[in-house]
Design a protein around this ligand. Structure first.
Ligand code: SF4
Ligand code: SF4
Length: 237
């Protein structure tokens, strides 16, 4: 009779976590009790036949590539309920995000990776050219000034109290959505500014597990923040 091989299977994802990559957790996946508490409160349990408890098992059994290739880590909303409920305090969010990190970039679902690349190149996820953005800020500022006398969109104002970043979907498709904040600032006589470059406030590097790009995009915002000597930073999402 052939002996059963109980040695640990190779798991790239587990090693990735153990090496401390991807802001990673220690190897506490091994502590999983398979109790299922995590999966019980998860809004996407059962989608494609998977759940977060099974995901932990897959990593531990060396089936990590199957998890990386599955839709589950991307269907997961990263809401954190599973991790909050886990009696062993296993860092499930880090595991799920690491599965995204290990996905080949050309296989990242949807437009998110393309958006990250566009942001690195142009300063925003949808590639709005600077001159179009500046023209739009002037136009929408003039429109709002009809309601709020003297209103103007403050751009690159050194010493403003709040640096406001922008979700690119607003200038791209729903510019009036920016008015909500702007009306509040106006009523509060708030000192604020946004910037003419690198104003994107939605970092898709976070969602795609792309730490290097995420860091670069955050760094650009920090650079604006320091250059303009602001006190607070407002992110739209
Ligand atoms: S709740 Fe924690 S211990 Fe229980 S199955 Fe999920 S990961 Fe394992
Ligand atoms: S973080 Fe993901 S896996 Fe965990 S409960 Fe939320 S959707 Fe489910």
């Amino acid at each position: 009779m052939q002996a059963i091989d109980c040695s640990r299977r190779v798991s790239k994802l587990r090693d990735f976590l153990l090496q401390g990559q991807g802001a990673a957790a220690p190897g506490i996946l091994d502590l999983c009790l398979t109790c299922g508490t995590c999966a019980g409160g998860c809004p996407v349990t059962g989608v494609d036949g998977l759940d977060v408890r099974k995901a932990v098992r897959m990593v531990l059994l060396g089936l990590d590539q199957e998890l990386v290739d599955s839709r589950f880590p991307w269907i997961c909303t990263l809401c954190g309920r599973c991790e909050h409920a886990c009696p062993m305090q296993i860092e499930l969010l880090k595991m799920l995000r690491a599965a995204r990190t290990l996905r080949e970039r050309d296989k990242v679902p949807g437009v998110m990776h393309k958006g990250v690349m566009t942001c690195l190149k142009t300063g925003n996820n949808v590639g709005i050219p600077k001159e179009d953005f500046l023209a739009l800020m002037e136009d929408v500022g003039n429109e709002l000034a009809e309601e709020l006398p003297g209103f103007k969109v403050p751009l690159d104002q050194k010493g403003a109290r709040i640096l406001v970043t922008i979700n690119s979907k607003e200038p791209f498709a729903e510019p009036e959505d920016m008015f909500f904040w702007w009306r509040i600032f106006y009523a509060a006589k708030e000192s604020w500014t946004t910037t003419s470059d690198n104003w994107e406030g939605v970092n898709w590097g976070l969602f795609t597990g792309d730490d290097a790009s995420m860091k670069e995009i955050v760094g650009r915002i920090v650079e604006n923040y320091k250059k303009l000597e602001c006190e607070y930073l407002l992110l739209p999402e």
